[in-house]
Design a protein around this ligand. Structure first.
Ligand code: 3NM
Length: 518
């Protein structure tokens, strides 16, 4: 019997999950749907009952040629003659279990930390159950919520070993593709996902399992075919910029802004100036409909309220499910405890194609501790250029997305390359909303130019910053007040030139270089 962990079912007999149905019937339906591995997990019933149920389950799993293991109870596994056991950290030690079980028995071990994983590997575990992925009502006494970033770090630490792994906790149909995609370390990914409630409590366990199989075997909707080959030179990127700008202004993209009330009007005007169509819609219930228009979503948490995060999460899920781009601007991420918590909720709640923020915000999103922000300002800089480039690169690598770290020099990375962009003007820093509108612009470009996300963001940023330079150089611009209308005019002028196919606005203007990092 081969061990295929791709869709690993863990049973649960509590009434809330089984809802009066027969466990054997539910498991059989799940097997018909395509479950590849079954763990019988029973925390309450008597030993005799457990053995009887395990034997019945085994008759079924054998017909589907799927291994059955027993959670915790080596004695039940032996009595029922199943393929193996799954042991938690507080259960019998693997060394003891090995003495009792047949040589070919499968022994899986739960691991919540690198140390636990390493110890289980050294002791000869056959696979690891890594968790907890996300907090789950199915098991509330979990120790360590890893998320995709923590799981990726664990996989990276054991990448030298070929041991197979599944992740467990809070995995369902809406997040399974993201879990597999975002937890993957370059050298090692999960072999599968372990599911309790999303199959055991489903009204139709067979259909739920079949849908899991389908999703596990296809990339998430937000992953687009990328055309950026390795070693893509800056000069080649820059050559494409005016063409990308032309295609975006022609496309008239829609951008859905969940943005703070300070800058909503300005961001909407910026979108209009580049011939995009902005909708300002903070109400999550609307996102299902708006996401059908195949625009981009911007989540800017500048003026957070009690209602914001559930609304953001609802919209994020709608856009992720449809595969439309989402930009996250974690404004003031480190400023308050509430905002730090919002960052965690949003980062575990969905996939962002682009995360854009100042140094303090990007450090907070990356999980650095002790980041300080005074209001929404970045706070004292602790990093030089290379440090910022590395920070942007590492976050993008971890999240498998694009990161834009803004400042006097902007750093843009896709997890491999990092570009430093020196365009812009200091007057941008004297007006509210100019940073936030970069999120809006990025959404426009990501939705209209999907084949190369880093180029899309770069092109939008360069259009924006060159318009600012042009505006600041006008004789009548004396300060922030006269700068704003001039800036909108210059965005508009570039957009009109681009519509005509006139690329002269960009000739010799891009001040971009690649930062070489180890
Ligand atoms: N073990 P659901 S989490 C059985 O973290 C179990 O080790 C966990 O249930 C761990 O798929 C968990 O319904 C419950 O979220 C997972």
């Amino acid at each position: 019997m081969t061990m295929d962990l791709s869709l690993y079912l863990v049973t649960d007999s509590t009434p809330a999950i089984l809802k009066g149905r027969d466990i054997c019937q539910v498991v059989e339906e799940a097997l018909k749907g395509g479950v590849t591995f079954v763990q019988y997990r029973e925390k309450k019933s008597d030993t005799g009952d457990q053995i009887r149920t395990a034997k019945k389950l085994h008759q079924i799993t054998r017909r589907y040629n799927v291994p059955l293991v027993i959670n915790d109870r080596v004695d039940v596994a032996l009595a029922a003659g199943v393929e193996g056991v799954h042991l938690g950290q507080d259960d019998m030690a693997i060394e003891e279990a090995k003495k009792l079980l047949p040589k070919d028995a499968i022994i899986g071990i739960s691991a919540a930390t690198v140390e636990e994983a390493q110890k289980a590997i050294d002791a000869g575990a056959d696979y690891l159950g890594i968790g907890t992925m996300f907090a789950t009502p199915t098991k509330t006494n979990t120790k360590n919520i890893l998320g995709t970033a923590g799981t990726q770090a664990l996989l990276h630490a054991i990448a030298d070993h070929p041991i197979e792994t599944v992740s467990i906790g809070g995995i369902n149909l809406s997040n399974v593709q993201r879990v597999l995609y975002q937890s993957k370390a370059p050298e090692k990914g999960l072999n599968g996902v372990a599911i309790v409630s999303a199959i055991m409590a489903a009204d139709d366990p067979q259909a739920a399992a079949a849908e899991f199989v389908k999703r596990i075997n296809s990339p998430p909707p937000f992953v687009q075919a990328q055309v950026a080959p390795k070693g893509y030179a800056v000069s080649a990127m820059l050559e494409e910029v005016p063409h990308v700008v032309q295609s975006v202004v022609q496309a008239h993209p829609l951008v859905h802004n969940m943005i703070n009330f300070v800058v909503a009007n300005f961001a909407a005007n910026v979108a209009l100036s580049v011939r995009a169509s902005p909708i300002m819609a903070p109400y999550g219930e609307e996102a299902g409909d708006i996401s059908q228009c195949d625009g981009a979503l911007l989540i800017n948490m500048g003026t957070l309220s009690r209602e914001s995060v559930p609304n953001y999460l609802q919209a994020l899920r709608a856009y992720n499910a449809r595969g439309n781009p989402v930009v996250y601007d974690p404004v003031g991420a480190a400023a308050t405890g509430i905002r730090r918590a919002a960052v965690t909720q949003l980062m575990t709640g969905g996939y962002f194609d682009l995360i854009k923020g100042n140094e303090g915000e990007i450090r907070q999103v990356s999980g650095s501790s002790g980041v300080t922000q005074r209001g929404v300002d970045s706070g004292p800089s602790s990093l030089d250029g290379r440090g910022k480039a590395t920070l942007a690169r590492d976050l993008a690598r971890r999240e498998r997305n694009i990161v834009l770290l803004t400042g006097a020099v902007d750093y843009l990375s896709d997890g491999g390359r990092v570009y430093a962009i020196e365009n812009g003007h200091e007057l941008l820093g004297e007006v509210t909303g100019t940073g936030c509108a970069v999120g809006t612009i990025s959404g426009c470009f990501l939705t209209a130019h999907r084949s190369n996300k880093i180029l899309a963001v770069l092109a939008g940023l360069l259009m924006y910053e060159i318009a600012a330079e042009n505006a600041a150089s006008k004789g009548h611009v004396r300060g922030p007040g006269s700068f704003v209308p001039a800036f909108l005019d210059e965005l508009y002028a570039i957009r009109q030139a681009a519509l005509r196919g006139d690329h002269s606005w960009f000739v010799g203007r891009g001040r971009v270089h690649e930062v070489e990092l180890q």
